[in-house]
Ligand binder design. Structure first.
Ligand code: MN
Length: 201
């Protein structure tokens, strides 16, 4: 069974005015679509990998055969990262989480505003293309990390809970070179229920 592009769980314009409809359409249909196509190309060369989920492939990236490892890292990473990105945003999102996730953020970062500042700085400071992430480590502890390109936190044994894509394709049409403005706007799209679900899983 080949990997498939998951449908966007809302309309292209659902995140307006924070993220514009044209960016969402190109980002989902073409960029994410290409990651899925190229990941499937790698799996076709190694049918023994076909039963695995993309998360499994990334968690054990060193066991992926040499000739397709970079493709799985980049395009499998792209597929996994974007699959999470779409569902952790929603129309009318933003605000602050509640419950055990809110408690954990407070205990790790001091308060929500310090967490927000830490993740924003990591994302804005990522040189070139990449992502800023809120992750959970093996003991359940939260961390903020920045990763280049489509490198998935899964490759380091970390579980991604929330990520902000800072590739230019994620914001250039509306924000051009103003990455900080895009990151600030992205906070208004977050689906905290989905992030909390992943934290508790
Ligand atoms: Mn992207």
């Amino acid at each position: 069974m080949a990997f498939e592009l998951p449908p966007l769980p809302y309309a292209f314009d659902a995140l307006e005015p924070h993220i514009d409809a044209k960016t969402m359409e190109i980002h989902h249909d073409r960029h994410h679509g290409t990651y899925v196509t190229n990941l499937n190309g790698a799996i076709e060369k190694h049918p023994e990998l076909a039963g695995k989920s993309v998360d499994e492939l990334l968690r054990d990236i060193n066991s992926v055969p040499d000739d397709v490892r970079t493709v799985v890292r980049n395009h499998g990473g792209g597929h996994a990262n974007h699959s999470l990105f779409w569902v952790t945003m929603k129309a009318g999102g933003g605000g602050e989480p509640s419950g055990t996730l809110a408690d954990a953020l407070k205990s790790t970062f001091g308060d929500f505003s310090s967490f927000k500042d830490t993740l924003s700085k990591a994302a804005i400071g990522q040189f070139g293309s990449g992502w800023g992430w809120l992750v959970k480590d093996g003991s359940g502890k939260l961390q903020v990390v920045a990763k280049p390109n489509q490198d998935s936190p899964l490759m380091e044994g970390l579980t991604p809970l929330l990520g902000v894509d800072v590739w230019e394709h994620a914001y250039y049409l509306k924000y051009q070179n103003k990455r900080p403005d895009y990151v600030a706007a992205w906070w208004n799209t977050i689906n905290w229920d989905e992030v909390a679900k992943r934290f508790s899983a």
